[in-house]
Design a protein around this ligand. Structure first.
Ligand code: HEM
Length: 118
């Protein structure tokens, strides 16, 4: 039996696919899409795959200081954070992640609100 959400949902390869789909919806959004003008999406997808894998108990660590540094100059407000969070929830639903597991992931994401948004 899988002992982490990371294993339960198929590890890096599934999470990588989820993250690609997530950023497609982020870039399509008028609210948060413009923040990513000029971002190297390939490297962002790599980092985000690592971060989400870390959140799900995968074999990788991701320091909070790095997350803070990546967002500190972007003037991100709480409503932007809400939008990103709900887009992630929608993507996880589209990948058939169970409702209880989605809630667990979003609760973990929520603990980073003050790290990411001003
Ligand atoms: C909801 C929780 C969020 C998580 C878990 C998250 C996670 C990440 C991660 C892991 C990176 C890569 C950092 C690195 O290079 O090491 C990143 C970069 C970035 N994030 Fe977020 N993020 C979140 C919210 C947001 C929000 C709300 C915005 C803006 C609306 C945003 C905009 C960006 C941008 C523009 C970059 C790339 C910066 C660059 O070009 O280097 N993020 N994020």
């Amino acid at each position: 039996m899988a002992n982490s959400l990371f294993e339960k949902y198929g590890g890096f390869s599934t999470i990588h696919s989820i993250v690609i789909e997530f950023y497609n919806s982020v870039l399509d959004s008028d609210v948060v899409g413009p923040f990513f003008d000029g971002t190297d999406m390939e490297s962002l997808i790599d980092h985000q795959t690592k971060f989400i894998s870390f959140l799900l108990g995968g074999p990788v660590s991701y320091p909070e200081a790095k997350l803070k540094a990546a967002h500190s100059n972007l003037d991100i407000q709480s409503p932007h954070f809400d939008t990103i969070k709900s887009l992630l929830g929608e993507t996880l639903t589209a990948f058939d992640v169970e409702e209880a597991d989605i809630e667990a992931v979003l609760e973990k994401i929520e603990t980073y609100r003050t790290v990411i948004a001003a």
